[in-house]
Design a protein around this ligand. Structure first.
Ligand SMILES: Nc1ncnc2c1ncn2[C@@H]1O[C@H](COP(=O)(O)OP(=O)(O)OP(=O)(O)O)[C@@H](O)[C@H]1O
Ligand SMILES: [Mg+2]
Length: 248
């Protein structure tokens, strides 16, 4: 479903991603963990076509992005990639002037050209699913951070993406709300939603993900099933990172 091969990303003289390869099959959940600045967010942004890159390929379904992909010339290709990969990130980025349900139907109506009635029906089902049926006419400012993040998840799901990329979706939330969002994400995983999740939650990586990747200094230094990565970390960076997170 997603195949990244030898991904290299540079910012000026700095090489941010130094040849990352990763394959995600339908229904799999991959967690990406690792120290700050390791390139996790940059990696997700390259998959979603939000960043150009200098080496390797990113394949999403039948679509292939390469260093030659040009945001102006290849706008359609990038749109196709974004339609297959939903993106949920730390700031919720809801439209403040739109109600919850209007936020959710915005893209289906304007991008998919779905009828308003059909979009509303789909949005109601999803708001119910994320536990916000009662809030459909509320404005984002009247919601808690956790509720806003649920709207953002409903907004990603409404497009029926093949996979969803999460970039630290709980880091702006207090522990209780973070737990609620993580358990919603675990439910999505159980239902077979393909996901790549950049997370600081070691319990999510350990209990929900099928594969864990440790990114450090632009490399995927260690990957494998969580039981292996957490119980028998091979790489010194993983060992140091896990010792540190255990103390946090
Ligand atoms: N636009 C940019 N210009 C220059 N350097 C950048 C840019 N964006 C990111 N970087 C650098 O790339 C590196 C990786 O950043 P990235 O945000 O991908 O890390 P991260 O693993 O997501 O970190 P965190 O856990 O703190 O979110 C960092 O050293 C960062 O300073
Ligand atoms: Mg990041």
């Amino acid at each position: 479903m997603i195949a990244v091969t030898g991904l290299v990303k540079k910012h000026g003289p700095d090489t941010i991603l130094k040849g990352i390869s990763l394959r995600v099959q339908k229904g799999e959940v991959h967690a990406v963990i690792g120290p700050s600045g390791g390139g996790k967010s940059t990696f997700l942004r390259c998959i979603n076509g939000l960043e150009q890159f200098q080496g390797g390929t990113v394949q999403v379904g039948e679509h292939v992005l390469t260093p030659a992909t040009d945001p102006r010339r290849d706008a359609r290709l990038l749109e196709a990639v974004r339609r297959k990969t939903g993106f949920v990130f730390q700031p919720f980025n809801l439209f403040p002037h739109l109600t919850v349900i209007e936020n959710v139907i915005e893209a289906p109506v304007h991008v998919l050209r779905m009828s308003r009635e059909q979009a509303i029906e789909r949005a109601r089902t999803l708001l119910d699913r994320v536990g916000l049926a009662a809030k459909q006419d509320a404005y984002p400012r009247s919601l808690s951070g956790g509720q806003q993040q649920r709207v953002a998840i409903a907004r990603a799901l409404v497009m029926e993406p093949e996979s969803i990329l999460f970039d630290e979706p709980t880091s702006a939330l207090d522990p209780i709300m973070a737990g609620e969002i993580l358990s919603l994400m675990a439910d999505l995983a159980k239902d077979g939603q393909t996901m790549i999740v950049v997370t600081h939650s070691m319990s999510f990586a350990r209990n929900v993900a099928g594969q864990v990747h440790v990114f450090a200094d632009g490399l995927d230094v260690e990957c494998g099933p969580p039981s292996r990565v957490f119980e028998e970390p091979q790489h010194p960076t993983t060992q140091a990172f896990l010792t540190k997170t255990a103390k946090d």
